[in-house]
Design a binder for this molecule. Structure first.
Ligand code: IVH
Length: 719
């Protein structure tokens, strides 16, 4: 897509635009350059996965494009990166016709099926050998995209294959879908492309963890996550889900009149007299390369061409063996006749093309029996029903335990003890029960009865309105304490390697560990007396515990296990303060002004910091040497505002709040999330509210009007 020379030039251009921006000399003449560099950096980030700018640099350029465009609305182009953003909710997803029906694929499940298919294909074509192109079968939601005159104009779901739902705005939220692509270079005016929308495994796990934190039943697999996401009416939410796409098939194209190419045909070599006009692909493999060169994410690197079926089979098997290592789910491979002319000759049935076949990987579903249901107590006291099933191997792992999440899920599925059940385990995803096989019931199955008392401490359980979970509200319930400590030491939290759930459980039972601060006060002399704890393992554990004291603030916040505060929220919170204990002074309103912090999350944070026991625990942790400070503010900045903290309140006249904040950060200053003694400057716009009142009570805070701030920042710049 970009030559090394173009890459170098665009990178230089980006740097010079950033410089101009800091000198405030960016103007309308830079608009096209800004757009080009942003499209280029989106490509580096979302297609190549190899960014050349930091997130902040990208955001700064993006914001300046937004600003220039809002000042010059006439200059906005439909493929500007800012056009992805939709301000309104989607009202409906109208039904639309696909230009060409979206057919399905014939399936094969083993070597023999493929050998058979190859034999039939050779018989049909009268050839001794056929060239095949093999690529992954992506396990997501299929879509079709239409580009007209190089612009993305429509995106639709598969629907029934003939008609689908129009989801253009949602597809624009997928940053690996280019808003424009130079099909005209191939003499193509209108084109329909097929592909698959995916949520990669990492994002899927993160998304599910967020759902679990809110006690919403997690999604079964990334496929459901992708197809569900395409039908969300809030495009901003679609954007947050960080979907990806692979495009693998051109189903239709028509050529521009001036090239005099017949509809349904690409400009061939004879039309390619124009030096700029590219030679159109004649094979599937070339078409994947063309898509890649036009800026699409196609399986260009994953595809491989073979001259006979045996190496095709081996390639499929290699992929199957490595499927768990891929960042996204695939459920098989697709084998396609490579030559387009031969494809045309072979044609299609009403169901599938004769020139392609799917090689399906081994199913990750199995049947088992529901033996009993146990109830586990989580770190926030939530009671989770867990199905114990007859051991069954699925995808190389023996499954005996499957979470049922909550009472509603059990009811929805209509599960009974003794039921035969269909179980699925997709890759790294936790196993789940798809459904009971009701037709196999004998009549001896029993109802699942939820407990009235906590299985760990015996206290009466509470059902919170609007929540599907039962809860034990005894904060000292041993099961909760253990779970809180397990969460605290876990990989995504304080990451104390070699600690692990088993050690937490053991040390707790032996009375060596009573609470979270106890992690830093372990009696190692007594642990050394235990079997299996040699000098080396104790040393490793001690080092890991000591090292964890240096963990950044956001990890500490996440590790505390505050309800509804996941990793993302913890990062937002860490950015909002320079010192953890500042949260004691935050109001509900201030917390809600932070990105993605709603009333529920804010309420939970307030509750946590208003609890005496929690404050005592925090004081202990700080005394034990944990890092409670935001390293950003400790870092000596190089700008003139280094280590000076700012907060904006009310509406500004001269610029957007985000721009003012960027100005501060450019000069090494810090933006705080709330008023506290750590704040140096409060900049007050129109209709300032409670923050101003609060700041007036802290004498060390200097209050600036917007004018004063601009003067201040201007003079500080000149220094
Ligand atoms: S080609 C006319 N290639 O699998 C041929 N399909 O089970 C169109 N799929 O409906 C399909 N990866 O949604 C093709 N590399 C790939 C694919 C792929 C996933 C999906 C597609 C299709 C379904 C059939």
């Amino acid at each position: 897509m970009y030559t090394p020379e173009q890459t170098r030039q665009l990178q230089e251009l980006s740097k010079s635009l950033l410089k101009k921006l800091s000198q405030k000399s960016l103007n309308i003449k830079d608009l096209a350059s800004l757009r080009n560099v942003l499209v280029f950096h989106e490509y580096r980030y979302y297609i190549l996965n190899d960014p050349l700018l930091s997130d902040t640099e990208y955001d700064t350029l993006y914001k300046s494009l937004e600003k220039l465009e809002s000042e010059n609305p006439g200059s906005i182009t439909p493929d500007s990166p800012t056009r992805r953003v939709a301000k309104e909710l989607t009202k409906s997803f109208p039904t639309v016709n696909h230009l060409v029906p979206m057919l399905s694929l014939e399936n094969s499940y083993n070597e023999e099926d493929l050998v058979d298919w190859d034999r039939k294909a050779r018989e049909l074509t009268g050839l001794d050998a056929i060239e095949y192109c093999v690529e992954p079968k992506f396990d997501g939601a299929s879509i079709s995209l239409i580009y007209e005159n190089d612009l993305f104009v429509r995106g639709a779901t598969r629907g029934d294959g003939v008609q689908g739902d129009e989801v253009t705005t949602n597809i624009k939220q997928i940053r690996s879908v280019p808003l424009s692509a130079a099909f005209s270079r191939f003499g193509i005016e209108q084109v329909e492309i097929r592909g698959e929308v995916l949520m990669n495994k990492e994002n899927f796990s993160k998304y599910n963890r967020q759902l679990e934190e809110q006690h919403i039943a997690p999604l079964a697999n990334p496929r459901n996550a992708a197809s569900g996401s395409l039908r969300i009416k809030d495009p901003a939410e679609v954007s947050r889900r960080q979907l990806e796409v692979f495009l693998y098939h051109i189903s239709y194209y028509s050529s521009s009149d001036k090239l005099n190419v017949k509809k349904g045909e690409m400009a061939g070599p004879e039309q390619a007299h124009d030096a700029k006009l590219k030679k159109a692909p004649h094979t599937h493999s070339e078409s994947l390369e063309m898509l890649w060169d036009l800026g699409f994410r196609s399986p260009k690197k994953e595809k491989k061409v073979f001259l006979s079926i045996q190496p095709v089979i081996e390639y499929c098997q290699t992929f199957e063996a490595g499927r768990d290592k891929l960042p996204y789910e695939i459920d098989g491979m697709v084998i396609k006749v490579n030559d387009f002319a031969l494809q045309d000759k072979m044609g299609m049935t009403t169901h599938h093309p004769r020139w392609a076949i799917a090689f399906k990987f081994k199913a990750r579903q199995a049947t088992s029996k529901l033996l009993k249901v146990e109830f586990q107590v989580g770190r926030t006291g939530s009671i989770t029903p867990v199905a114990k099933i007859e051991a069954v191997p699925i995808g190389g792992v023996t499954v005996t335990s499957v979470s049922l999440f909550n009472e509603d899920v059990v009811k929805q599925k209509g599960l009974l003890i003794g039921d035969s059940v269909l179980v699925e385990r997709a890759g790294d995803v936790i196993p789940y029960i798809v459904k009971p096989l009701a037709e196999l019931r004998t009549g001896k199955e029993k109802k699942i009865v939820f407990p009235k008392n906590c299985p760990a401490c015996g206290d009466e359980l509470v059902k919170v309105p609007e929540e599907a979970v039962l809860r034990c509200i005894n904060i000292n319930c041993p099961a909760q304490v253990v779970e809180r400590i397990i969460h605290f030491v876990s990989k995504d939290a304080m990451d104390i390697r070699s600690f692990g759930a088993a050690n937490v459980q053991k040390f707790y039972e032996l009375g060596f560990l009573k609470d979270v601060p106890g992690v830093y006060l372990l009696p190692f002399d007594r642990i050394a007396e235990l079997e299996g704890y040699g000098e080396k393992s104790i040393h490793n554990l001690q080092t890991a515990i000591e090292e964890s004291k240096k963990q950044p603030l956001h990890r500490v916040i996440y590790a505390l296990g505050i309800r509804y505060v996941g990793e993302t929220t913890a990062k937002t919170l860490a950015k909002a303060v320079s010192y953890l204990m500042d949260f004691k002074n935050f109001s509900l309103e201030e917390l809600q002004s932070l990105e993605d912090v709603g009333p529920k999350v804010a309420g939970s944070i307030i509750q946590f910091f208003n609890n005496r026991d929690n404050i005592k625990m925090l004081e202990k942790l700080e005394g034990l040497g944990l890092n409670f400070r935001n390293t950003r503010s400790e870092r000596k900045g190089t700008g003139n505002l280094a280590s000076q903290s700012f907060l904006f309140t009310g509406s500004l006249n001269e610029m957007k709040r985000s721009e003012a904040e960027a100005l501060v950060e450019e000069q090494g200053g810090i933006i705080l999330g709330g008023v506290s003694s750590k704040l140096n400057y409060l900049v007050v716009g129109e209709e300032a509210g409670s923050k101003l009142e609060k700041a007036k009570k802290i004498p060390s805070i200097r209050i600036l009007t917007e004018k004063e701030f601009l003067k201040f920042i201007g003079s500080s710049k000149g220094k």
